[in-house]
Design a binder for this molecule. Structure first.
Ligand SMILES: [Zn+2]
Ligand SMILES: [Zn+2]
Length: 359
């Protein structure tokens, strides 16, 4: 079967034949139906973000159908439709128990299976994977799957596992934006547009979209933004101050760039919160004036939207099915797995929001 495997950053991603072993105890094999192409995948391929292990079967956003279950699997059956989560959730450790399954202690991010081995191989060499959605099939712990209703369209639901939950979850689970709060969202790609959708369902009174690409700002309006700012044309901090009489309650950085984080922080009012949603470079250090923090400001991380996948993915699907959030509008094209590098080109040239690979 075919998979996209990262050997070394800085080169096009090869799609090649690999071997996949049967699921072991507690593991499940999934046939991928659709997989979203995320900017973080490109961060690995370009070398912006150093992969901890290679060779690595790429892709972390996807949905499919269970084709085989290993021994001792209790919660998933062959034929179930599933969304794959980036995080395995044991449901029993201290962090899962207090409602933070993205920080599950039973499943540290090793890029291997829980028993320390891998299921993907190529000519006898182990291939690592986190989710492995750029592949015709993958094997994962059953604790990494969320069963969804059979009528769910997988070519739409596949983007819930990263883009949608990371954006909406950052607003609802982490920031806990309230009715009437003012918000600004810096970066209007796949995750940023979902952050905007999150602010909209939370009842934010102002949702200010900030991006350097005008077409993305138009999309932001379609998804619920009330105002737009292009920082290449106006001073974003000044414009946000004018719109909100002194700064927003919540500023979301969905870029991961130190300058953007600082601009987001500067656009908050005293008492306001800056939420870091984008992935910053691994060794980035931030410098902020102590006095500005002292004025009741908060800087908060929001890894994977604080996802409680088994709960959140299902209510997000309900909101989609009843027309209260949009997924179709976020998907700008479909391509086969073989065109993964063209999908990355579209992404970095600002031509796509989400390309979905179909199998
Ligand atoms: Zn992602
Ligand atoms: Zn756990």
């Amino acid at each position: 079967m075919k998979a996209a495997v990262l050997y070394k950053p800085g080169f096009p991603l090869p799609v090649e034949n690999v071997e996949l072993q049967k699921p072991q105890s507690g593991e499940v094999m999934v046939k991928l139906s659709a997989a979203g192409v995320c900017h973080s995948d490109y961060h690995f391929v370009s070398g912006f973000f150093t992969p901890t292990r290679t060779p690595l079967v790429m892709g972390h956003e996807g949905a499919g159908i269970v084709t085989e279950v290993g021994e001792n699997v209790k919660t998933v059956n062959v034929g179930d439709k599933v969304i794959l989560s980036m995080d395995s959730m044991c449901g029993k450790c201290k962090n899962c128990t207090i409602g933070q399954p993205t920080m599950c202690l039973t499943y540290p991010r090793t890029f291997k299976m829980p028993d320390g081995t891998t299921r993907f191989k190529k000519n006898g060499t182990e291939l690592y994977h986190m989710v492995g959605t750029f592949s015709e099939y993958t094997v994962l712990p059953e604790d990494q799957l969320v069963i969804i209703p059979q009528e769910t369209p997988l070519d739409k639901a596949c983007i819930i596992g990263c883009a949608v939950i990371t954006g909406i979850g950052s607003v609802i689970n982490r920031a806990k934006v309230k009715m009437g709060d003012t918000t600004a969202v810096f970066g209007c790609g796949g995750v940023g547009l979902n952050t905007i959708q999150g602010c909209s369902i939370a009842g934010a009174s102002k949702i200010i979209a900030v991006d350097t690409v005008d077409s993305k700002l138009e999309k932001a309006i379609e998804l619920g933004a009330t105002h737009t700012i292009n920082p290449t044309k106006v001073d974003a901090v000044q414009a946000i101050n004018d719109l909100t009489s002194g700064g927003v309650n919540f500023a979301f950085d969905v870029v991961g760039d130190p300058k953007v984080i600082k601009t987001a922080f500067t656009s908050t009012r005293p008492g306001g919160t800056t939420v870091i949603v984008g992935i910053p470079p691994t060794d980035l250090e931030l410098s902020i004036k102590g006095w500005d923090i002292l004025l009741d400001r908060t800087i908060m991380g929001a890894f994977h939207g604080g996802a409680r996948a088994r709960h959140d993915f299902l209510w997000i699907l309900d909101l989609y099915n009843t027309g209260r959030i949009k997924l179709d509008e976020l998907i700008t094209g479909y391509r086969p797995l073989d065109e993964i590098n063209e999908a990355f080109d579209d992404l970095i040239q600002g031509k796509s929001i989400r390309t979905v690979l179909t199998f």
